[in-house]
Write a protein that binds this ligand. Structure first.
Ligand code: ASP
Length: 324
């Protein structure tokens, strides 16, 4: 069997399981496409019939508000049929049952599987077994990958900062357990940001072999100094043993992003958070809602990015099939 690839034989994107391996041009292409789907507040959202006749199944086995609803809206606004199923694929990944589920849905003409799972490898496993015309998109894989989040984060930074090369980006908090941080690392590395910092207490730092090139800080004050972009992360309690979960008050005292700490960043710094926000734990409420926060814009961009990804994999499929 050939090694797994997200790309079709023509080198076009077929699946999106990880941002690892995407070139800067491919990332910029998706972000640029996403921008076509953005509208001013109060203006009706962008719609097309590009996915008419296509069926998208959202298979989620971890809580999700933003990602799930934005994948659903993205698919619907492009004219697709959408199926939402809460399903536990993970513990059965090595057995046949996961494939039974997938093959059943495939027999109902599902064209795109959007998968969120707490266990690594589920998305790739499914992608390796579906028919040639079917695509698999990750909506969050364990602590490893959240590719559409990485893309929406990059789009948000582009909107506010106009580029990447001169920026200092500080990713703060529970980097160790965060798939958002890993996809951010991949996208920012591909886009060659000026300086990428990971800022975390020692216990929440990723392994030393991970994220080469990122500059590590175990002091929040030092890590945030002169940053253009401050990305805070939720403490991933669900990926920690009971004993390792930090006390929320202590965590906020030592690692919470407060107005006073934000003053150390550049005056025009933006504050990002993937949500869900734990107010007054990793970020003070008045910072999350404050003038530097672009958290709501990230959510808006999430729909646009997911529209761009869905449209791209279906356009590539039509090209493979000689329909375009
Ligand atoms: N919503 C993001 C994720 O699914 C971030 C988080 O849950 O902390 O990874």
């Amino acid at each position: 069997m050939l090694p797994f690839s997200q790309f079709d034989p023509a080198g076009q994107l077929r699946h999106l399981i990880t941002l690892d391996g995407l070139t800067s041009d491919q990332i910029r292409g998706l972000i640029e496409r996403a921008q076509h789907f953005l509208r001013a507040p109060g203006v009706e959202p962008a719609r097309s019939h590009e996915l008419a006749g296509i069926t998208v199944a959202n298979l989620f086995n971890e809580p999700s508000t933003r990602t799930r609803s934005s994948f659903e809206l993205a698919a619907r606004r492009l004219g697709a049929d959408v199926l939402n199923i809460e399903i536990q694929l993970s513990s059965r990944v090595k057995g046949e049952t996961v494939l039974d589920t997938i093959y059943t849905l495939q027999s109902m003409a599902v064209d795109v599987f959007v998968i969120r799972d707490a266990e690594p490898g589920v998305g790739q496993f499914v992608a390796e077994h579906v028919q040639d015309h079917v695509s698999v998109l990750s909506a969050g894989e364990a602590h490893l990958s959240h590719p559409t989040q990485g893309l929406l984060d990059a789009l948000t930074i582009l909107q506010y900062k106009g580029g990447f090369r001169d920026l200092v980006i500080a990713v703060i908090g529970d980097v160790r357990h965060s798939r958002v941080a890993r996809s951010a690392y991949q996208v920012f590395s591909a886009l060659e940001v000026g300086e990428l910092r990971i800022v975390a207490p020692d216990a929440l730092m990723p392994e030393p072999s991970e994220m080469p090139g990122a500059v590590r800080f175990n002091s929040l004050e030092a890590g945030i100094a002169h940053a253009d972009v401050v990305m805070t992360l939720r403490v991933q309690k669900e990926r920690m043993a009971e004993a390792a979960i930090p006390d929320p008050h202590d965590y906020h005292a030592a690692w919470g992003l407060t107005r006073a700490r934000l003053k150390l960043a550049r005056p025009e710094a933006i504050v990002m958070h993937p949500g869900p926000v734990n107010r007054d734990i990793e970020i003070a409420s008045d910072v999350a809602d404050g003038p530097h926060s672009v958290i709501r814009q990230q959510v808006t961009n999430g729909v646009a990015v997911r529209m761009a990804v869905l449209e791209t994999v279906i356009a590539n499929r039509r090209q493979r099939q000689g329909l375009r």
